[in-house]
Design a protein around this ligand. Structure first.
Ligand SMILES: C[S@@+](CC[C@H](N)C(=O)[O-])C[C@H]1O[C@@H](n2cnc3c(N)ncnc32)[C@H](O)[C@@H]1O
Length: 423
């Protein structure tokens, strides 16, 4: 996956000033200032900014420089910054996209080669040119393979000679973790790609087709030395780990994929499956047309345990109601009710309260089972015999953040379900 950007349709785009954004701003400023003491200016990387400005023929940023933090390089305020200031502006002509690939290589690529693979091949091509590459000051400052932790796997197309599977994987990981979706397919945006991510930041990379540039506008005030964090997207820790090689200690976008299945020994299985597929609950099929679970849905943190709150997704509850029905009459009734309303099945509480509670207790037992599994996994990471150092210890911490974040989501759902069953 890639980083998302927003397209600017006018020159006066501003982020909405909602209560959420005010809370985010306060929390962001707290987390920015937390990083201050650990920042060092990366002089070598700032020579690269001068080179980029020279290549672009325009100023890219007068307010930011590249600093070194505990979690790698990042953009840092050079001067006081106020909301609305333009933090950086990178013209399209100094961005790397699939159309930068030399024609000779492009001609060898079939239609099946995607944009990420094309930009990855472009990076490898420029890397091979070394100092002769017009992009060398940028390419040589990209992270090395040993600095990366992405867990995504890739298809190898074997297009260019001397490109090994290992360095192709590395180049694809570079692209997925630091390129933006763009009108040119996928674009590496030098300098902007030194910005680190925070789930709490409202700041994103904006893209103006009219001005042919990408820009970042400040949403907050910064003092010199503050780290400027942007939001790559509303990404869970699982997604961050897979595509970017890091996780956050408390990620507000964490979610857990819950899979439910109708047992094969259930005599009403076929009737239930028919009802579900007829009424907009998609039945999952794997690539071979088989399925180990009939239903899967993303569970997000339930912020208010109060059973009256929005609670867990309606579609999961609907599936549980169908799953727990125990007579053809009950199933027919659900079909009839769906037809009489908006066509969606089992969206209303079952008339028989004890059956409604049963369906929710079934969900609660599933989630409690998952909680036990998560607790066991977290415990196994704490074993004193598991003596990990350096990179491995860092990866252990990433796994811990991932598991504890998902456990938090599961616990919030379990609490909501308990309250629902009680009341
Ligand atoms: C777009 S680059 C940002 C610049 C990068 N830190 C560097 O040194 O070049 C994205 C990468 O930065 C790192 N990163 C970004 N945000 C982070 C965060 N909040 N915590 C830890 N690592 C982060 C991850 O390695 C990620 O793949």
């Amino acid at each position: 996956m890639l980083i998302f950007h927003r397209i600017i349709y006018s020159n006066t785009w501003q982020s909405p000033c909602s209560l959420l954004s005010i809370i985010r701003r306060l929390r962001c400023q707290f987390s920015f200032s937390n990083c201050l003491s650990k920042c060092y200016i990366d002089e070598e990387c700032n020579d690269f900014l001068l080179w980029l400005e020279h290549k672009a023929g325009v100023e890219i940023s007068s307010l930011l420089s590249i600093g070194k933090f505990a979690n790698g390089r990042s953009l840092v305020a050079r001067h006081p910054i106020k909301p609305g200031d333009c933090l950086l502006r990178v013209p399209y002509n100094v961005q790397l996209a699939p159309d930068n690939l030399p024609r000779g290589i492009n001609a060898l690529l079939g239609d099946n080669v995607g944009n990420v693979a094309k930009v990855a091949l472009l990076i490898l091509y420029e890397q091979k040119l070394g100092k002769k590459s017009e992009w060398d000051p940028y390419i040589s400052r990209l992270p090395r393979p040993e600095d990366m932790h992405n867990t995504a796997s890739f298809q190898f197309s074997g297009i260019i000679q001397d490109v090994t599977l290992e360095n192709f994987k590395y180049a694809c990981a570079l692209v997925t973790s630091r390129a933006w979706e763009s009108s040119r397919g996928v674009s590496m945006i030098p300098f902007a790609d030194f910005a680190n991510h925070s789930d709490l930041s409202d700041t994103t990379v904006l893209c103006s087709e009219k001005k042919q540039l990408s820009e970042v506008i400040a949403d907050y005030s910064y003092a010199p030395g503050d780290q400027v964090l942007i939001r790559y997207g509303n990404f869970s820790n699982a997604r961050l780990l897979l595509d970017f090689g890091f996780t956050l200690p408390c990620n507000m976008y964490d979610q857990v994929e819950v899979e439910l299945t109708i047992p094969h020994e259930d005599k009403l299985r076929q009737l239930k499956l028919k009802l579900l597929s007829k009424h907009q609950i998609p039945i999952l099929k794997d690539v071979n047309g088989f399925s180990s679970s009939e239903y899967s849905s993303a569970l997000k943190e339930v912020r208010f345990a109060d059973a009256q709150g929005r609670g867990i997704p309606q579609s999961i509850r609907a599936f549980a109601r169908v799953l727990c029905s125990n007579s053809p009459q009950e199933i027919n009734y659900l079909a009839m009710e769906a037809a009489e309303n908006d066509g969606r099945v089992a969206r209303r509480p079952l008339k028989d309260k004890s059956r409604e509670i049963q369906a929710h207790q079934f969900l609660l037992s599933k989630i409690t089972g998952l909680i036990d599994e998560y607790n066991a996994s977290i415990k196994s990471l704490e074993l004193p015999t598991l003596c990990l150092v350096g990179k491995l210890d860092m990866r252990r911490q990433m796994a811990q953040y991932l598991l504890t974040g998902e456990l938090r989501v599961l616990k919030s759902a379990a609490l909501w379900l308990e309250n629902y069953c009680k009341t």
